[in-house]
Design a binder for this molecule. Structure first.
Ligand code: SF4
Length: 750
């Protein structure tokens, strides 16, 4: 029975899912040892609102599938490789080590999820790792034994093959303190900058362009600032699914008169709330924005004073976009030339405008160029540095901003201080008491590639990441990472990646620890412990510290706030912040007076963070995607998220409410594309690319463009990343998740 609210314990925390970082309160029944319900709490960025994930998606932490004891692979001679059939993808015939191309897909499940009963008589959640199949390859161990083994194997690889043979993937789901400690361990304990996390897969190209353009990777204004904008462009994003509460701010602003221009290949629900929907062909963003800038300049709607005083390289930009009159832009993008003209006029005439963008901009081989165009469009119209104007890459995970800020990236120490700058390195060497690697480390995508090369990475520490499902072209990823000499995975569930581990360390969910998280607005908030970790599972920062001590570091942190204080002392942007002054609503950074101020909403009101204080415009030419449709693979695949699910589904697919609402994988197709193939709604189909094949159901959707399909990437049994291409953006090193060529056919077709 649900206890009355007065008898429940109220714990104020933050939602663990998207970058909006909604404030909430968990009501905990201490007798049952369980959360009874969650409620939104007032905070400037969420105003007591929650989406379905925040409101109902917390029960995964109580899943019987939680890891509760350290595990060690039983027979180290056993050839490591995919253990369960649907990860192996070969129907159970053997391990994947020596297979050049492994086709994926759960033949029996057909994307519906395998709902058979496990040994304990419970229904197995659809499409999750088969514990019964995998567990026999592991034995339980004490923490002492597991930690000693991790430290000794990593030290051995470090000693015999050098620092470059070690790499660490941290997680944007972890707190700032955990991200900081993890990168410090890899840098100080192993002498390498080979440390990265999933920012590489979401906004690395946006951050690269923002650094180059305005000298800072963070947003220049908040999503709440939409109320001050006359017009906003929402582009390459489906905020209703991916940033639902931020999306409610956009829709509310429109009711108060803000115009919304929506630029996206899909007609997601935002299109229904937009004044203009420019349904660009996938991969044509540079041409579209060059066309808009061409017209803004032609109409004389640029801000000449702003350009003269605060911008460099305008003339070269103007020369480049001169080649993109609306007619040419229309030809490339498929958007009517008159609509391009109209949007340019509306943007150019507005007194203030913000551009909000998502991974439809960043996850391309031209991702950095796409973001450069957005920076240029804002800059030439004076739309940065004042209320209702600015640049806002909508960050994906709850703490992807904070993890990047804390230095969980291979080219920067905390606060984006370059590892290759001598003076900066000396400062960090002094602070950390160790000699540091002067070279930039490898990114997530480069680490995967290096594993198969002589002298590459041989030992890895994986904290909360699941690249066996999240990375592009996962057949290649699985093949590479399964050949590592040693892999330790620290996680709360037996993920697809943990199946390949030598040692698995049971970690804590965010409900089981204190820590700070930084949302997409630069708001640093406290997540507070609601309950203890199950069994022998432990808090992540303590596990990292235990490994650090075993590799010879004299770390004696006693609390997350102590770690936070050390981190802030090295991060000018976070100056003045302390756990004690974050309060119930958190604080925006930069913040001169957190005791009395919420922090700075609008950045760059007087100068940009670049060396000369100017915005640096970098013009871009449109380039087509790397793999275009052809006769064999005539459709374009776009991947992304659903409202009810999150990333590789390890949390949301174990949430009863969320998995019940959205239990199966589907490929979304335009009605004509389905009709041309004789496919009916709900029919099982096979989707092929040059890299893999999956089987799943068809959803006929008027939101798709003709010739384009959409597959969410949460479903292991129909893993979209078996299909995606691992081409990367040359600057941001981000993969092209949003464009590859596929074929869709009825299941019986040859
Ligand atoms: Fe959580 Fe994001 Fe939903 Fe807010 S909008 S409740 S942060 S998933």
């Amino acid at each position: 029975p649900i206890q009355p609210r007065e008898q429940l314990d109220a714990v104020d925390s933050v939602c663990p899912y998207c970058g909006v970082g909604c404030a909430l309160t968990y009501y905990v029944d201490r007798e049952r040892g369980a959360i009874s319900f969650a409620e939104g709490r007032d905070q400037p960025g969420s105003k007591s609102r929650l989406c379905v994930k925040g409101r109902y998606g917390w029960d995964y932490a109580a899943s019987p599938q939680r890891l509760t004891k350290p595990l060690i692979r039983i027979d180290s001679a056993y050839p490591k490789g995919p253990l369960s059939a649907d990860v192996r993808g070969d129907g159970g015939k053997g391990n994947g080590n020596d297979r050049g191309r492994v086709e994926g897909g759960n033949r029996s499940g057909g994307g519906r999820g395998d709902k058979k009963l496990g040994r304990d008589g419970r229904r197995k959640p659809g499409g999750l790792v088969d514990y019964d199949e995998v567990m026999p390859y592991f034995r339980e161990a004490t923490w002492e034994e597991a930690l000693d083994l991790v430290a000794s194997r990593l030290k051995e690889i470090h000693a015999t093959q050098g620092p470059g043979a070690i790499a660490g993937f941290g997680s944007a789901k972890c707190s700032n303190e955990e991200a900081y400690l993890f990168q410090k361990l890899i840098r100080v304990g192993f002498g390498t900058n080979n440390v990265d996390h999933c920012t590489r897969l979401c906004h690395a190209s946006s951050v690269a362009a923002l650094f180059e353009g305005v000298g800072s990777g963070a947003v220049s204004t908040t999503y709440g600032d939409v109320v001050n904008a006359e017009v906003v462009i929402i582009t390459g994003s489906n905020p209703t699914a991916n940033h639902p509460v931020a999306s409610s701010f956009f829709k509310q602003a429109r009711r108060n008169g803000t115009k919304i221009v929506y630029v996206d290949p899909r007609a997601s629900t935002v299109a229904e709330h937009a004044d203009y929907h420019c349904q660009v062909k996938p991969g044509t963003d540079v041409a579209f924005y060059n066309g808009i800038m061409h017209e803004v300049i032609r109409l004389g709607l640029i801000d000449r004073d702003f350009i003269r005083e605060r911008v460099s390289n305008y003339d070269e930009l103007a020369r480049t976009v001169a080649d993109y009159p609306p007619e040419r832009a229309a030809q490339i993008t498929g958007v009517d030339a008159d609509l391009i003209r109209e949007v340019a006029r509306v943007w150019g005439e507005a007194k203030a405008g913000v551009i909000y963008w998502g991974m439809g901009i960043s996850q391309h081989t031209t991702g950095t160029d796409n973001a450069r165009c957005l920076i240029a469009l804002c800059s030439i119209t004076g739309n940065v540095g004042k209320p209702g104007a600015g640049l806002h890459p909508l960050r994906g995970q709850n703490n992807v901003q904070g993890a990047s800020d804390a230095g969980l990236i291979p080219m920067f120490y905390p606060d984006y201080q370059g590892v290759d700058a001598g003076e900066t390195r000396e400062r960090f060497e002094q602070a950390w008491g160790a000699k540091l690697d002067p070279n930039r480390g490898l990114t997530v995508t480069e680490i995967i590639g290096s594993v198969l090369k002589p002298g590459g990475v041989r030992g890895m520490y994986m904290l909360g990441e699941n690249p066996f499902l999240s990375d592009p072209n996962i057949n290649k990823v699985r093949k590479a990472l399964s050949t590592l000499d040693f892999l330790v995975v620290q996680d709360i569930f037996l993920t697809e990646t943990a199946e390949f581990a030598d040692v698995i360390l049971p970690a804590s969910s965010y409900l089981e620890k204190d820590g700070s998280y930084t949302n997409t607005d630069r708001r640093v908030q406290l997540g507070r412990k609601v309950m203890d970790p199950p069994g022998e599972a432990r808090v992540d920062w303590e596990i990292v510290q235990d490994i650090a001590q075993r590799v010879g570091l004299d770390w004696r942190y006693t609390s997350p706030s102590e770690i936070f204080d050390e981190m802030v002392a090295l991060m000018p942007s976070y100056a003045n912040l302390k756990h004690e002054n974050l309060g119930l609503s958190g604080k925006l950074y930069p913040n001169d007076d957190p005791e009395h101020s919420d922090g700075t909403v609008v950045l760059f009101d007087e100068r940009f963070n670049t060396d000369d204080g100017l915005a640096h415009l970098v013009p871009a030419q449109w380039l087509p995607a790397r793999e275009l449709p052809d006769a064999e693979y005539p459709l374009v695949l776009n991947t992304g998220r659903l409202l009810e699910h999150w990333h590789t589904g390890s949390m949301t697919r174990r949430s009863f409410a969320l998995d019940t609402i959205s239990p199966i994988a589907e490929v979304y197709m335009h009605p004509k594309d389905a009709a041309d193939r004789g496919l009916a709604h709900g029919e099982l189909v096979r989707v092929r690319s040059r890299r893999g094949v999956i089987e799943l159901q068809v959803r006929i959707s008027h939101r798709e463009q003709l010739g384009n399909c959409f597959i969410p990437f949460h479903f292991r049994e129909a893993a979209a990343n078996l299909l995606t291409i691992d081409e990367i953006d040359p600057v941001g090193k981000i993969p092209e998740y949003k464009f590859c060529a596929i074929q869709v056919e009825a299941l019986g077709a040859e």
